[in-house]
Design a protein around this ligand. Sequence first.
Ligand SMILES: CCCCCCCCCC/C=C/CC(=O)SCCNC(=O)CCNC(=O)[C@H](O)C(C)(C)COP(=O)(O)OP(=O)(O)OC[C@H]1O[C@@H](n2cnc3c(N)ncnc32)[C@H](O)[C@@H]1OP(=O)(O)O
Length: 363
Amino acid sequence: MSKTAMRASQKDFESALSQVKRLKDPGNEVKLKLYALYKQATEGPCNTPKPGVFDLINKAKWDAWNALGSLPKETARQNYVDLVSGLSSSSDSSSQVKPEADRKQPGYETLVVTSEDSITKIMMNRPAKKNAITIQMYNEIMLALKAASKDDSAITVLTGNGDYYSSGNDLSNFTDIPPEGIEEKAKSSAILLRDFVDCFIDFPKPLIAVVNGPAVGISVTILGLFDTVYASSRATFHTPFSHLGQSPEGCSSYTFPKIMGPAKAAEMLIFGKKLTAAEACAQGLVTEVFPDSTFQKEVWTRLKAYSKLPPNAMRISKQVIRNREKEKLRAINAEESRALQERWLSDECTNAVMNFLTRKAKL
Ligand SMILES: CCCCCCCCCC/C=C/CC(=O)SCCNC(=O)CCNC(=O)[C@H](O)C(C)(C)COP(=O)(O)OP(=O)(O)OC[C@H]1O[C@@H](n2cnc3c(N)ncnc32)[C@H](O)[C@@H]1OP(=O)(O)O
């Protein structure tokens, strides 16, 4: 026999009434439905005067009840019992935490991308290589950001798996030279870099970096394009561009002086000064530092709370902040990418990369 064909007894109704109190907040729309069915089941058709237009809450309740028209009391009681039973079973199944492997989005080899609690988490996943960013990883991060910009999550997080956040550009990207030659490789890499950074400039939702460990190179510079940066006390921030015969990217030539002042920015971007998490926080690059022992727990508790804020309001606030600067950031990104295209062809850069790859040098 179907549920609707059964008649809910007074006992079923009373048990649904007590069950509803134990449910996870089902949201305003469902609460209004429950209210209306309860009133109809206990008092019959709506019999009170319509509240004034400014009495928003009571008017919404009245509208929901009134919309049930002359629905018989018994049917309203049955519908109430059915609705609560549906909510109980879905809240039972959603309270069972699925293992990460089940929640993982397919199609990524260098990342683990998951969506849960209105948060899309993009995790760089080459821990054995300190999450160094290969050409494939640049492309997958762009894909993941584009997908996250359209999914129903409220906020997006970038983080790293293992002991590093990321060691920046994978220096073996310099070794895979196509038959067309190094100039062509430099040209296509500059386009890739520009497109990669544009994805961060244009990302429409709140974007949070969860910096779980040391960060190097481009993984540091793009932090200036995030809305919030949480760091473990173990994290460090290092941009050794001159050591590598290179120059800043990720719009850091603009965002860093703006965030920390020109003198501190120059020490990082020209002289490659490595900052501790506490220093990066004092200079405004990092929002907050958490002790490494409680980092994940504290950060994710905070993020889960933020993800419950009204998503459209957060998105609009971000856009109002970002839109003023978007064109400027895009122009800076294009200029930085052009400068690097030349740098990559220099002896200074070639020697530094070869020294690392032949293990004569480390940062
Ligand atoms: C023709 C032009 C083509 C260019 C294409 C580029 C496209 C866009 C470019 C955007 C520009 C970005 C600029 C930057 O990001 S600059 C920063 C570059 N990063 C580095 O210089 C870091 C180099 N790594 C290190 O110094 C050290 O590895 C470390 C991070 C300090 C960690 O040291 P530790 O001793 O703890 O660990 P290991 O060195 O043993 O590392 C473990 C293994 O991981 C490999 N590894 C680590 N980082 C990188 C890296 N960035 N690139 C490649 N490989 C990396 C390391 O070699 C070890 O591998 P192994 O176990 O196989 O030996």
